[in-house]
Design a protein around this ligand. Sequence first.
Ligand code: AP5
Length: 217
Amino acid sequence: MRRPLRIVLLGPPGSGKGTQAHIISELYGVPVITTGDILREAVAKATEYGRIADGYMSHGELVPDKIVNGVVGERLSKSDLENGFILDGFPRSTPQAEFLDSFLEEHGLKLDYVIHVTLDDEAIVKRLSNRRSCPNCGEVYHLVSKPPNKKGVCNKCGYELVLRDDDRPDVIRNRLVVYREKTQPLLDRYMEKGLIKEVPGDYQMDRLPEQLKKVLG
Ligand code: AP5
């Protein structure tokens, strides 16, 4: 039996974390935990924390650590993670990284890799204006590099695709500022632990699975 795989994906908004997370998940049968998706679902359902999160997300700010740590702690305690997990979009701040370290230590677990997905700012702004997402199943497309089979319609569930509210250029710019200030410092933390593996966010899409296999050994 394969040993469990525990991975964090770090990188600026729109660099391709979610895309790579889902490829790794298919390759190794490990579930993806995407904090952005969990929060967007809470916003759509207008739950108590969804209403709070909405005010931060629509401006490209981080949702408070206390809320996000609570959500992730609950998800990591579920029983479907015996093969490990892929954290897409968590941690994003020092308090979140400290929370993850304590959680892992308490449960006698360790991270295997932190994948740093790299892409420059101009490419990010251009790319996100071409991203379309399915509000029903969360599938992500790109009008040029990964178009849906039928224009504007999700291949998987047939829902109409949308441009995410926070994919407007002004909000993207703020997400990039927040990334540099709050999340980028985590790279040093994981570099010191020897966990970082870099993968370019513009790696040729059809060769990504092969490349990720190589990176993860
Ligand atoms: P979240 O949803 O996590 O957004 P993000 O980190 O900004 O990342 P994205 O989902 O925008 O992009 P991605 O890197 O996954 O790229 P993707 O694969 O889609 O968070 C949203 C908000 O929620 C945050 O701003 C914050 O408010 C809140 N939040 C979430 N987590 C939080 C936390 N931990 N703490 C506090 N607040 C939190 O790719 C982008 C596009 O490029 C797609 O169209 C894709 O098809 C295309 N693409 C990908 N790879 C390639 C490639 N190799 N070649 C060509 N095209 C590609």
